[in-house]
Design a protein around this ligand. Structure first.
Ligand SMILES: [Zn+2]
Length: 136
């Protein structure tokens, strides 16, 4: 892969742009999340979340997904997958957890070298994965 493209896709930690704003996170996530990725930024409710390597890894996985789908397509698919889940009768939380982007991020957030080894468009492996049914 061309070096500059690789650097852009890898999004090294020193290039991370973090915004700390409780209000912004609440508005954009409908009072649901404490952190979120909004390319090219990671938005945090509070600065201390920056030290949470799992949360930061989760959000960096989303930044990678967003970059691969040129951001707009990521949000379009994210909303479609969420709505399909709701139409199937899933709760808000079940539907959220069953979005392929979230499945990939939750399943790999503890692996801090995941993004170094991840293949392009890896979220595709999670699209047809079996439905998670947590009692929420
Ligand atoms: Zn997520």
């Amino acid at each position: 892969m061309h070096t500059s493209l690789f650097v852009a896709l890898y999004l090294p930690k020193f290039l991370l742009m973090i915004i700390v704003s409780r209000r912004l996170v609440n508005v954009l996530s409908f009072n649901f999340a404490s952190a979120m990725a909004f390319f090219p930024f990671i938005l945090l409710q509070k600065a201390s979340l920056r030290e949470n390597v799992i949360v930061m890894n989760h959000e960096r996985i989303h930044l990678r997904q967003q970059l691969e789908l040129m951001v707009v397509l990521f949000y379009a698919l994210y909303v479609v997958e969420y709505l399909v889940g709701r139409l199937k009768g899933q709760t808000h939380y079940q539907s959220y957890k069953n979005i392929s982007f979230e499945k990939e991020a939750y399943e790999n957030e503890h692996d801090l070298s995941y993004l170094k080894n991840r293949k392009i468009f890896s979220f595709r492996f999670y699209i047809l994965q079996k439905t998670i049914k947590k009692p929420f």
